[in-house]
Design a binder for this molecule. Structure first.
Ligand code: THJ
Length: 139
């Protein structure tokens, strides 16, 4: 099957348009009240691997609907005006999602270089999350 646009092109185009936050800058911003880390992975990944402490979990499938104030699924945390730092496991999904939110007009959105796997590998703080627990901090 020949696709018109493959995932590589989608990622290249997104990455050319968005801000990728280097790990050291992300670590420095962790705990900043003006910054919200947004974990867009699936719940099973959070339960298995943990998450960045204080991050808000917004599964990628719901993101546009949680962000848009006109959506019946809107989550007020996304209207806080905080800088949003999206992350997934390895920064592919977060690149596409950051591009999408930027396109929607979200003013300060970027994604984490290398994703959660890079964060964890660097020995940065991780919260273990039991399945069925609360949605995470930040709202
Ligand atoms: O989307 S991913 O980078 O977590 S595989």
């Amino acid at each position: 099957m020949a696709l018109t646009v493959g995932y590589r092109q989608l990622l290249d185009e997104a990455n050319a348009r968005i801000e990728t936050l280097p790990l050291d800058r992300a670590a420095a911003l962790h705990g900043d009240p003006d910054t919200l880390f947004v974990d867009i992975r699936d719940p099973r990944e959070l339960a298995r691997d943990g998450m960045i402490p204080g991050a808000f979990h917004a599964p990628r499938g719901m993101l546009e609907f949680w962000v848009d104030p006109d959506s019946p699924y809107h989550k007020p945390v996304f209207a806080s005006g905080q800088r949003l730092v999206l992350y997934c496991a390895s920064a592919w999904r977060s690149a596409l999602s950051t591009d999408l939110l930027q396109r929607m007009g979200v003013p300060r959105v970027c994604h984490l270089e290398g994703g959660f796997s890079a964060w964890k590998k660097a020995g940065l703080p991780v919260d273990v999350r039991s399945s069925g627990g609360p949605e995470g901090g930040g709202g």
